[in-house]
Write a protein that binds this ligand. Sequence first.
Ligand SMILES: Cc1cc2nc3c(=O)[nH]c(=O)nc-3n(C[C@H](O)[C@H](O)[C@H](O)COP(=O)(O)OP(=O)(O)OC[C@H]3O[C@@H](n4cnc5c(N)ncnc54)[C@H](O)[C@@H]3O)c2cc1C
Length: 404
Amino acid sequence: MKHYDIIIIGGGAAGFFTAINAAEMDSHAKILILERGKDVLTKVRISGGGRCNVTHAEFIPQDLVKNYPRGEKELRGPFHSFMTSDTISWFEQHGIELKIEDDGRMFPVSDSSESIINCFLQATEKLKIDTLKNQSVQNIEQVDAYWNISTNKDQFSAEKILLATGSNPKVWKLLEKLGHSIENAVPSLFTFNIKDSRIKDLPGVSTYTEIKIIGQKLESEGPTLITHWGLSGPAILKLSAWGARKLHDVDYKFNIQVNWLPGHTSESILEELKELKIEHSKQQISKYAQFELPKRLWQQLVKAATIAEDTIWADLNKTQLQALSLQLTEAVFKVDGKSTFKEEFVTAGGVNLKEVNFKTFESKLLKNLYFAGEVLNIDAITGGFNFQNAWTGGYLAAQGMSSK
Ligand SMILES: Cc1cc2nc3c(=O)[nH]c(=O)nc-3n(C[C@H](O)[C@H](O)[C@H](O)COP(=O)(O)OP(=O)(O)OC[C@H]3O[C@@H](n4cnc5c(N)ncnc54)[C@H](O)[C@@H]3O)c2cc1C
């Protein structure tokens, strides 16, 4: 049996970040990363469309945590110790400069996830961290002061172990056997499938909206993109993340109410429509979009309010005015199913957060067993926040392991 001081199970973002930091904090520690795949860091490679959205330019811990539907409370303390600004400095010290995009997302200046992978691989080599691939961990048990680990090929032991296995159900089962409870996994970050004549011919059209899920206390605001399958964009993804569990429970069949004119109500818009009727009495309604709405969307909403294409403003009756105000501010759409967002599947679920000490990311139930990354019941909306969770957990776990 091969012995190490620290064994990291899982060669992804969280696993590598922990291993490197642990080695930097204790240069004598003998560290091993065990990865079941034939490659390490596979998700980092494909992340952010191959550019790796490393983190997000949000520098206030209280605001940063608001991006985590699961983990909001628990990450507050850890972010005071290691957050986005620390991530930026860390990568800078390791030769990677990050840049901020207009929406706050941060990427390596190279625009290539390979820079991050090379940085991690060079660091592990320099720090003499062993990495073994094709080693799928099958069993973990604590015998006296050691953790014994069995893979499909070998046996290892270590004083301390860290699980950074992402969303692998088999590892969650192993942890259940060891006494941990696991929140069941459901998808987060998905787009809504909607078949509706109002948006059928508008893929690519994007506008700012307010959206409510009818019957649930879930609402969001932000850019919304019409796609071939329905609706996507930040406003939808936020709802999918916050509603991950509730929407799973209704089998992704529910109704949403879209306000295409955020900040306005059907009543306020009705008044504005009445003024337009006077101002543009001779003008064909569908010909000129109002309220800065994309023209094709305006035309579809006019049509949905049962207003014929050649109708002029002067001919609009009260019912039509009301129908149009409702289409503009309270348009109801039936959602039937979900689609993956740019293949960026993130899972809600994992190790119950009550069972983890968030000062060190050590298990409260099992001594010398640590966690980092998606293995925990923590997930975020899109924008670099999921990696930030991996970096923060990895850093604090490394500190926890090194201080003992
Ligand atoms: C397409 C895509 C794009 C994304 N883009 C971004 C982005 O730009 N920004 C962002 O913040 N987030 C992004 N995410 C989310 C982000 O990738 C994850 O949150 C992050 O990778 C989690 O890191 P992790 O180390 O916890 O898990 P993972 O990266 O999943 O790594 C877990 C590792 O453990 C290994 N493993 C599992 N079980 C075992 C076992 N039994 N034995 C040994 N090894 C095992 C796995 O093979 C894997 O290599 C993206 C996700 C996807 C799918």
